[in-house]
Design a protein around this ligand. Structure first.
Ligand SMILES: [Zn+2]
Length: 260
């Protein structure tokens, strides 16, 4: 992948800054995958988006991610150092575009599905809405009514088909021994870094006398595990900003990221 130059990062930042986080994911993936039609990005499996964004991150800032996660047991801040090649899961060959589970066929969720489920305030209903959208052989209403057990079965099957949709790993607290699961949000990670980088570049150019407001990149990059179905709900605020990328063009009820 071509390493983005400073002007590329600034251009990405300018385009992404006013956008919704889902649209930023699509924007970053589109940059990473110039061979794909832009309008197809919102329909890619989420894991493919994540893998593409992480490869772009390697090109921009290298393989190593340094971040932190707060222990759920005692609140201790745990420093993490993660290698992107280590966390990216190999994808089955040939790529599974759909799976059979719970007596039906499903495709992995995409950004457009997350946007569609974003307006749903109830976690369970949002998860079922996602599954109903992803069911390939009709019967979306059945999916919406399926049991908790079959929902789990379907989600597990989808995770096998699209293993990078939810990149998570276990972290043991050095202070209290509590074992938690941390989730890596690739687009949020890269966006935060581009944001910091772009602001620093702009500050350099302008030689701002007070030098304030720089280098405060949030490193809440690795967050508590939340499966994508829950992610869709936790980020449920309706975005009021302007959107011009495919996801929110099709789904005005896009979702907004909440740092957690
Ligand atoms: Zn702890």
């Amino acid at each position: 992948m071509r390493k983005p130059e400073a002007h590329d990062l600034l251009a990405l930042w300018e385009r992404g800054a006013p956008r919704h986080p889902l649209d930023r994911s699509a924007l970053l993936c589109a940059w990473a995958r110039p061979e794909l039609p832009v309008e197809s990005i919102a329909d890619l499996p989420l894991g493919e988006i994540t893998a593409s964004v992480l490869r772009l991150r390697v090109a921009c800032f290298g393989e190593r991610i340094r971040a932190h996660v707060d222990c759920e047991g005692c609140g201790e801040r745990l420093q993490l150092s993660v290698s992107i090649p280590d966390v990216l899961q190999p994808v089955a060959e040939p790529v599974l575009r759909d799976v059979e589970a719970g007596g039906a066929r499903y495709r992995p969720p995409c950004l457009r599905d997350l946007a569609a489920a974003a307006g749903e305030r109830d976690t369970e209903r949002a998860a079922r809405l996602l599954l109903a959208r992803c069911r390939l052989d009709g019967g979306g209403d059945d999916a919406a009514r399926s049991s908790e057990l079959s929902v789990l079965e379907i989600e597990n099957a989808l995770e096998v088909a699209d293993p990078n949709a939810d990149i998570a790993f276990e972290v043991r607290c050095e202070a209290c021994g509590h074992l938690s699961t941390a989730q890596l949000d690739a687009a949020e990670l890269l966006w935060d870094e581009i944001d910091v980088h772009a602001r620093a570049l702009l500050a350099d150019e302008r030689l701002r006398p007070n030098g304030g407001g720089l280098g405060r990149g949030r490193s809440t990059l690795v967050r508590r595990r939340a499966h994508y179905r829950r992610r869709a709900v936790s980020e449920r605020e309706i975005a009021g900003g302007r959107h011009d990328f495919p996801v929110s063009r099709y789904q005005p009820s896009a979702i907004q990221c909440q740092a957690s």
